[in-house]
Design a protein around this ligand. Sequence first.
Ligand code: ZN
Length: 141
Amino acid sequence: MKIICPSCNTANRVPPNKLGDHGKCGRCGNALFSGQPVTLTSVNFEKHSAMSDIPLLVDFWASWCGPCRQMAPAFSAAAQQLEPRVRLGKLDTEAEQAIASRYRIQSIPSLILLANGKELSRTAGAMPTSSIVAWTNAALP
Ligand code: ZN
């Protein structure tokens, strides 16, 4: 399976049965799964959303949004539960307006689950960790 390194954005090949074995990136040596959401930008968004063999759950947020800041710890905790089946990433809608408008984000926080570049599902509004995990599991193919 192709897994994108959260540190250097290099595509690593990982056997499916070794996904949970705390593998390291062949290029930079950092962990392929750190239990933390990746910061998504125009530089790495395509790689994580379209070139990875695991789905990407994106938190569209902004620093001025109170509910977004409130949900941040819950989203980080969800990463620990959903990795390595799903990659979690955060997209700052102020810093990356082109991506936010491409996905027609109307309210934040919004969560969108992507796989192979396609949108599987989306939801809006802050959620606790258990709801983020349950919603994602239900939306996975
Ligand atoms: Zn790397």
